[in-house]
Design a protein around this ligand. Structure first.
Ligand code: GCB
Length: 619
């Protein structure tokens, strides 16, 4: 019985790419931070709808379009009785921003919050133009109404989405209501068990975007990626997608600094593929993070749509056990980072948060960051592009996922699409990761293999990775035989010898047998409270954390195919499961830096190793 159920699930998952790859997703507009938009950030009124959210759900569990979404005002002096709520006099939350760190009573709140704000449409968009509400991210599910009409629903807390609002806008004052539900779901991605803080709300920028009837919603401009890197190649390729354009619509691509001016034409699917040789090209690298102004234009006269993005060109590929950037072997000297705002705490949502994180990475002598465990604010990739820091970007398939459910696979595909679509033009992003620490069993392996192949189909120019913790350790022998490794180009290895298992010194004698592919030590480390001192074997001290790092380095340097290190983690981060008073106080303390910016001893050890290149080799 159980075996036949397993067979059925596997059969469904084997079908999954064909059946589910078409799953619709709602990210439409790429490069939104490079368009002129009406910014809707600022103060939004809010109302709390405590679980089971009577204002959001009707008695039979449907989304309630007649309640708070209508934004009526109560008759408090005369007139018929109506809704018992009033956004106009309700308190406000700043957008972008999590609600947890803005309102003390909402610190641990993981339910539904309703947001509302008015906005002016002035002058009214010209006939034939269209308007979209762009939401950078809202954790975890969102339902959006404009002028009391539901315009979209979205699931997923870390990727952007757009709702078309053309037909519901009117000249003058309009209003938007968004119900954001941060409730964790067993069939969500991530699922219910997570080791980070489930910050809720409209956590990224919100804007209103006006475009012509046919407009550029998506594009991909990259260095041609043939079977081998061609030194000196200046061939650029990709596509511009013009939504709702008739076949034959011309698009121009201008990169003045590289001497590119060319035209492409859309096909029946709205895509205009192009291939052009630049007159000259400086490739993007950490040493020289060169970005070009790339202007894409379509349409004529008042139906013209144009966007100018900053794009770098480089080649990333795997060759045997090496990772090659522009044909040269590289070692990825990195660290993990959650989207936790330094010093002030909360979700990263502004330029200052990002600048502080990048100053830490630069100080560490890092050239790489693993953005764990979900796509982070687009400002992070923009800063990485500018500062020459390479990026591992991941979707939040973390530990406890319902791998047996086709609808969960559909959600994973949607999130993957949203991540790749937003960031495929960022030169800094060199790896797509489809998961972190998943159990080694046939259902999960089928699910993730399909997903890795889907990632490759979406973007054949970048290697695919995942962080695995399924190695078998016996005595001082560690072996990774996880079949999912076959579907990956680069292996991420998570292990915590000296913290969760064994003693720090055990690492010295460890011998690893790993696939003949590039390996990134994607997690290792130990907890220490900044300022807590003691002997090297006193747990929770800076000395012990540092000691764990020193022994890890001995072990990692014996892995011939080690091509990168991202210890866990750059900065302490909030996690409600970390509850040892005085040591953790609600924080995972594996940071090299405390949440208030104090560098621990291990930071300096890693900083020196990265400076002297004593950890790992490019080949
Ligand atoms: C892991 C997870 C990471 C945790 C970390 C820890 O293996 O990938 O999300 O936070 O360990 O500190 O336990």
């Amino acid at each position: 019985m159980i075996r036949s159920a397993l067979r059925l699930t596997l059969a469904l998952l084997a079908l999954a790419p064909a059946v589910l790859a078409q799953t619709s997703f709602q990210t439409l507009l790429v490069g939104i931070d490079h368009r002129t938009v009406t910014n809707l950030d600022g103060d939004w009124h809010y109302l709390v709808d405590q679980s089971p959210a009577p204002a959001l759900y009707t008695g039979n569990g449907q989304i309630n379009d007649r309640g708070y979404a209508q934004n009526t005002h109560p008759n408090i002096s005369n007139g018929p009785h109506n809704g018992e709520y009033d956004f106009s006099t309700a308190p406000t939350l700043h957008v972008p921003g999590d609600w947890n760190t803005q309102v003390p009573q909402l610190f641990n709140y993981e339910g539904v919050v309703w947001y509302q704000r008015d906005f002016d449409v002035q002058p009214i968009p010209k006939p034939g133009t269209r308007a979209f509400l762009h939401i950078g991210a809202a954790n975890y599910r969102s339902h959006v109404w404009v002028n009391a009409k539901r315009v979209c629903d979205h699931e997923g807390g870390y990727t952007p989405f757009d709702c078309e609002v053309t037909s519901v806008l009117h000249p003058g004052s309009n209003f938007v209501v968004i119900a954001v539900d941060a409730t964790r779901m067993i069939d969500g991605i991530p699922s219910v068990g997570i080791d980070w803080f489930n910050y809720g709300g409209l956590t990224r920028d919100v804007s209103l975007v006006t475009v012509p009837a046919a407009f550029i919603d998506d594009y991909d401009v990259h260095l041609a990626h043939g079977p081998a890197f061609q030194p000196g190649s200046t061939e650029l390729t990709g596509y511009i997608h013009v939504l709702d354009a008739p076949a034959g619509t011309p698009v121009t691509i201008d990169i003045p600094e590289a001497g590119v001016h060319t035209t492409a034409t859309t096909g029946a699917d709205g895509r205009a593929p192009f291939d052009v040789k630049a007159a000259s090209l400086t490739l993007w690298s950490p040493e020289s993070p060169k970005l070009y102004k790339v202007t894409l234009t379509t349409g004529t006269a008042d139906q013209r749509d144009s966007i100018t993005d900053d794009i770098g060109f480089r080649d990333i590929r795997v060759d045997g056990t090496r990772i090659l950037l522009n044909g040269k072997p590289i070692f990825l000297s990195g660290a993990n980072m959650h989207a936790e705002a330094p010093i002030r705490g909360g979700r990263v949502d502004n330029d200052q948060d990002v600048a502080t994180i990048f100053s830490y990475l630069k100080d560490l002598n890092a050239n790489f960051v693993r953005l764990a465990h979900y796509p982070q604010d687009e400002r992070m990739e923009r800063a990485a592009d500018r500062d020459g820091i390479m990026v591992w970007s991941e979707i939040p398939l973390w530990q406890h996922i319902s791998f047996d459910k086709p609808e969960v696979y559909a959600k994973a595909v949607a999130m993957l699409n949203e991540m790749v679509r937003r960031d495929r033009n960022k030169a800094s992003v060199i790896l797509w990761s489809v998961s972190n620490e998943t159990p080694n069993n046939p259902i999960r392996t089928q699910f993730l293999t399909n997903l890795a192949n889907e990632a490759r189909r979406l973007d054949p120019t970048r290697p695919i990775t995942s962080a695995l913790n399924t190695a078998h350790i016996e005595g001082s022998a560690g072996t990774l035989t996880d079949p999912f490794a076959n579907a990956l180009d680069v292996i991420g290895l998570n292990q915590y010898i000296g913290w969760y298992t064994g003693q720090p010194e055990d690492a010295d004698t460890m011998q690893w047998t790993l696939p003949q592919k590039p390996v990134i030590a994607s997690e290792f480390g130990a907890e220490a409270k900044a300022g807590n001192h003691g002997a090297v074997n006193d747990r929770w001290t800076e000395e012990q954390q540092n000691y764990v790092y020193q022994h890890q380095f001995v072990m990692l340097n014996k892995i011939p195919q080690l091509r990168g290190t991202t210890p866990w983690i750059l900065m302490d981060f909030r996690s409600p499961t970390r509850n040892i008073p005085k040591l953790q106080d609600g924080y995972n303390r594996k940071g090299l830096i405390s949440e208030d910016g104090k560098k621990k001893a291990a930071f300096f050890t890693l900083q020196q190793a990265y400076k002297d290149h004593t950890l790992g080799k490019p080949e």
